[in-house]
Design a protein around this ligand. Structure first.
Ligand code: GLC
Length: 833
């Protein structure tokens, strides 16, 4: 049995031979061809035909390039049928490294280099050009684990992890781990939210409703679901499962270390992200290891699976599964079919099986065994090792092809396989190795050319300048592979200027880079979530607010102490639609101060209005200044509208808390919303307006009514729909009015009929009853306001959300029932600009 230089057991050594039964060690082969393989007449013809099968023409390479490009583009659009040849999996890596990433990270690599795993301790300095050599250790995964249960595999991984951490004494708390898991996986974004606690468990998308109460802990971690094993792994119970969770569970089972799995990445992504800065941005990561794959930065708007229209995102192409009959069919040899047939996953990863390091040695073995069986090699003798699956490895092929020592190595390796090579055998064995590996390099080049075409197309560039980070044992160990690959790429993508840069630390550094970014994002998200959590209201909290408001309303109506003033407006009915005439209107206290001309006629209502500004020094100056300014604006409006000399009835929408004594008499209780003009509180604002009119001699104005903006909103909607009995404003401030049974309103004469009540709900909770909802931000906004302790309920609206120049909007409620009074309210909300 042969051993890898590193002492690893070859992946397939234990497996059954793929050769026909009956061949005895050292026995001469019968010369009978294997089923499906051809039988040429003489040996040179047989050699010729064998090797010819591995030749790929330029046209075939171009067909593969075009077909792969088609498959990629189909997969990007999300079209499921016909099934696209490649998976194009989003990795949620949104940019190449900036070079300032820093920190210490543990990296666990599983699946890149066959049946081994690697643990690294990577220090990122955040300073360009300043590199700290990582510490690393490789562990061989026993065959029974590779083919055992998922739990065995992840327990083994956790065990290796702890052994490494123990040996390198890096502390045992708060370690951040990047998991390089090189198998096809569906990933979720790095900022996915996981809820854990006694009231809820499992995953939720970001858009899912969040709970504010209970002992719920939020964790931020990635999720990565294994689609299928590749490259000789077949652990049960892992496909379809989240491998991050499996690793977390295994880490927890071992105890001892507190490790946070912060990021999960494919080896191609690690390779791309670890590309040494200074060579321009590297946007392609190519891996040719036991398997093969590529990732590249795609425009996010082209990826249907993502709901993003800006920036770029890294896509793992998973080209190992590319399997287009039209393009690949003609280049598949009888040896490829035999290899696939005997593999753990027949029919899958067909492209990878022609290129990956796990398969190159096996293809060589199949050809050598075939030639031996046909007496072209080794004098027609075979050996049990030659007939055993997996007995020739990539390392052997690479060594046998070495231009200086290769010939000598062929002899030693064949002897180790129990064969007695003749002098002429060595050259033929080398030709077989060269044929298999050249084809692999050319196929890989065709596939890479497809990626370059894709980049060129999506970037709309004539000449594409691109850096490709490369990694994997095939590129590192095989003497000619890299050269053939690069030459063929030049041929197939002549309009691209490509630089190939070998990866640093086998991609470990890149994984640490992604981990650093993910850790930073998770910390930001955590802070954001913690900050926003108090703003999220539960149903229970809303129900409490509703109950408290009903109680406060009832008290306010009875004139008992309440934070809701429940002010009678002396509006006793909503309009019946028969109202006619021209009116002037003032609107003060909304987002803008406006003067309006309202013409109510048979054909409908016409409104002309103009917005005037109220300088802050006026809003907070003296009352006289404020009302003089208001009258100046009215006069200006009259002039512009040609209304001079006409004395139209004027309605005053005054959106501040007023105790009304009649329709045209309103005592300002207190200023709100940034107004603080002196000498107005406790005064009748209609009187103040009339006084200002008098001061501006020669102006005739007839003030007939004062209304709150909620009342104005309700009445204007009521004009069109008699069922409208509520007015709701959520603008600079917030408030509501509604039609109440007169018998419930204390302090106003009469028992029948209705009265519109201005609730002044902006002050709701000023008695402290809403304390449980108050966040530290509410407290600070309140303290910094000009009326601390007042109108706290109005602050959660527009004031806190932004500037006072936000467009206000009013909502008109078409109410068929007042929801507090009826058990089954049925109501509709209409928004009007
Ligand atoms: C296989 C895996 C892929 C990986 C590649 C190289 O194709 O499916 O995820 O990147 O091997 O290791």
């Amino acid at each position: 049995m042969l051993h890898l230089p590193g002492g690893q057991t070859p992946l397939w050594n234990h497996m059954d031979s793929v050769e026909p039964a009956g061949l005895q060690p050292g026995k001469r082969a019968s010369g009978c061809p294997q089923k499906g393989l051809f039988q040429p007449s003489d040996s040179s013809e047989l050699v010729q035909e064998c090797l010819q099968q591995f030749k790929v023409t330029r046209t075939q390479l171009q067909q593969i390039q075009a077909s792969l490009l088609d498959s990629m583009e189909q997969a990007l659009t999300g079209e499921a049928s016909p099934a696209p040849g490649v998976r194009m999996l989003p990795t949620y890596v949104g940019s190449t490294p900036h070079g300032n990433e820093q920190g210490n990270f543990v990296v666990l690599e599983l699946g890149a280099s066959g049946a081994s795993l690697r643990v690294l301790w990577v220090t990122l300095t955040g300073i360009k050009g300043q590199r700290v050599e990582p510490k690393s250790q490789e562990f061989v995964i026993p065959q029974e684990v590779v083919l055992g249960t998922g739990q065995q595999l992840f327990d083994f991984a956790a065990h290796c992890l702890f052994e490494f951490l123990g040996a390198h004494s890096v502390g045992n708390q708060g370690l951040q781990l990047g998991f390089s898991f090189s198998f096809p996986c569906h990933q979720t974004g790095l900022d996915r939210v996981r809820w854990r606690g006694n009231r809820d468990s499992g995953w939720r998308g970001n858009a899912a409703p969040m709970k504010a109460f209970g002992s719920v802990t939020q964790l931020f971690c990635p999720q990565s679901t294994l689609i299928s094993w590749t490259k000789g792994f077949r652990c049960s119970g892992v496909e379809g499962q989240d491998v991050v969770q499996l690793l977390r569970d295994a880490i927890q089972r071992q105890g001892a270390y507190s490790i946070d799995v912060v990021a999960v990445v494919n080896d191609t992504v690690g390779t791309m992200m670890g590309c040494e800065p200074g060579v321009g941005s590297c946007e392609v990561g190519l891996v040719i290891d036991t398997g093969t794959n590529v990732c590249y930065m795609e425009e996010a708007r082209h990826v249907a699976m993502l709901d993003e229209d800006r920036g770029r995102t890294c896509i793992s192409v998973e080209w190992g599964s590319f399997n287009d009959d039209g393009a690949l069919g003609p280049v598949l040899t009888t040896f490829d079919h035999a290899l696939d047939h005997a593999s753990l996953n027949p029919g899958a990863q067909r492209f990878e099986k022609m290129i990956g390091g796990l398969y190159l040695g096996e293809l060589v073995r199949l050809v050598l065994a075939h030639l031996a069986q046909h007496r072209v090699l080794f004098g027609g003798y075979t050996s049990p090792a030659l007939l055993s699956q997996g007995s020739i490895l990539l390392e052997h092929v690479a060594e046998m092809e070495d231009p200086t020592t290769g010939a000598a190595r062929v002899h030693t390796i064949l002897q180790e396989l129990g064969l007695s090579p003749e002098a002429s055998d060595a050259e033929l064995v080398q030709r077989v190795c060269a044929a298999v590996c050249s084809r692999a390099a050319q196929l890989c080049a065709a596939a890479l050319a497809a990626i370059l075409s894709r980049l060129q197309r999506s970037r709309e560039q004539q000449i594409l300048q691109v850096t490709v980070a490369t990694g994997g044992q095939v590129l590192e160990r095989h003497p000619r592979f890299r050269g053939i690959l690069q030459e063929t790429v030049k041929l197939l993508a002549s309009e691209c200027n490509v630089s190939f840069i070998p990866s640093v630390d086998g991609g470990g550094r890149g994984v640490a880079m992604v981990t650093a970014v993910a850790a930073r994002l998770a910390a930001h998200r955590r802070l954001l979530e913690e900050t926003l959590a108090p703003f999220r209201l539960s149903h229970e909290q809303l129900a409490t607010v509703q109950t408290q408001m009903r109680e406060a309303m009832a008290k306010g109506l009875r004139r008992e102490a309440s934070s809701l003033r429940m002010l009678p407006t002396y509006v006793r009915a909503t309009p019946d639609g028969s109202e006619r005439g021209d009116f002037l209107a003032l609107d003060l206290g909304g987002t803008n101060f406006r003067v309006l001309l309202v013409r109510v006629a048979e054909g409908g209502v016409q409104i002309v209005n103009q917005v005037y500004s109220i300088p802050e020094c006026v809003a907070q100056g003296s009352g006289q200044q404020l009302f003089d300014h208001i009258v100046d604006c009215i006069v200006d409006f009259q002039q512009k509208q040609g209304l001079r000399g006409q004395s139209l009835p004027l309605g005053f929408t005054f959106s501040f808390p007023c105790k009304q004594l009649g329709l045209d008499q309103g005592i300002l209780l207190n200023w709100t919303k940034g107004f603080n003009a002196s000498g107005c509180e406790g005064q009748d604002v209609v009187y103040l307006l009339r006084e200002a009119i008098k001061r501006r001699q020669a102006v005739e104005l007839n003030v007939v009514a004062i209304v709150n903006d909620t009342v104005g909103t309700m009445m204007s909607c009521g004009y069109e729909d008699p069922r409208c009995e509520m007015g709701l404003i959520v603008g600079t401030g917030t408030n509501a009015c509604y039609m109440e049974e007169l018998q419930n309103v204390a302090g106003v004469a009469g028992d029948s009929g209705h009265m519109c009540i201005n609730m002044e709900w902006g002050a709701f909770g000023d008695d402290g009853s809403l304390g449980m909802l108050s966040t530290c931000f509410d407290v600070r906004v309140d303290q910094a306001s000009i009326n601390p302790g007042k109108q706290r309920a109005s602050r959660p609206s527009a004031f806190r959300l932004g500037t006072s120049s936000r467009p206000s909007f009013s909502l008109r409620l078409k109410a068929t029932a007042w929801p507090c009074d009826r058990s089954e309210p049925s109501w509709r909300i209409w928004g009007c600009p």
